[in-house]
Design a protein around this ligand. Sequence first.
Ligand code: FDA
Length: 308
Amino acid sequence: MLGSLLLAGSRLPFVRQAVSGIPLTRKVVDRFVAGETVHDAVGAIRRLTDAGLTVTVDHLGEETLDAGAAAATARAYAVLLGALRELDLGDRAEVSVKLSAVGQALGADGHKIALENARRICEAARAAGAGVTLDMEDHTTVDSTLGVLRALREDFPGTGVAIQAALQRSEGDCRDLSGAGSRVRLVKGAYAEPASVAHRRKADVDKAYVRCLRILMSGRGYPMVATHDDRMISITETLADRFRRSRGDYEYQMLYGIRADKQQALAGAGHTVRVYVPYGDDWYGYFMRRLAERPANIAFFLRALGGK
Ligand code: FDA
């Protein structure tokens, strides 16, 4: 309930102004965001990969309403991918892209502009030997995002996509995307969605997550199990046994700054663990979703503001 209110409020410009304007907010943001520059991101990537983890890097930004800014985001990804190329991490590093940051929200031409910019990012990623995964945003964008995915996969078959268990349509999408070589990141879903399209109770989202997980783990693709939830991780292990998947046939993914101990433990046990590393100055939407996911984060935020 609190989470939904926070997500709804986070879209109001005066809330954005108020939260971004508090000087101490930055201190709390740093828990979830690797910094503002590519240099900051590279520092975090080095620390994580040195510790045996892999990464997917997100240049923060979303809902861009300006074609110039969308193109600038694609260029920022090219710079990031140049840096990844120098690090020479191979498939230990990839990038995550929000299509609304590269033009999807630009009205009638949005889909086309997003596809063109995403294609440029995929080309830069190929030159760097890195992969690309498309994040999934609110339910109104899913058809367009899956359309862009299909078009990209014609030339870049390794392109991955996030699917949100919270959406009622997602079991069908998982089935469609469970073919050989298909990389799918299964998440619970971080957006406030209407009951007409989404499961709203946490217990129902968790059950839907397990149903989607079963479809992906029994399929022929490459499931990327993106969760911090111990129960989902233990069910994944059971399904891996049942469907004879070895550790290289699926991976775990978690967010930067969340359950670092668990990330390390899974990697220590021989799993591929990919950490989602966001960086950049447009952190507001990402930060508010992290607060909304967990009431304890709001308390942490308020304590920091109170200087404790
Ligand atoms: P759940 O919310 O049940 O949390 C389980 C446990 O994890 C909690 O009890 C707590 O210990 C810990 N935890 C979870 N969130 C936390 C937080 N914010 N702070 C501190 N601890 C926390 N969503 C989306 O809609 N589109 C997308 O493209 C993506 N992409 C994405 C990539 C990756 C790599 C991850 C891990 C997640 C996403 N998400 C996402 C976010 C996802 O939808 C979801 O909101 C969060 O992962 C939280 O859900 P959990 O599965 O962790 O379970």
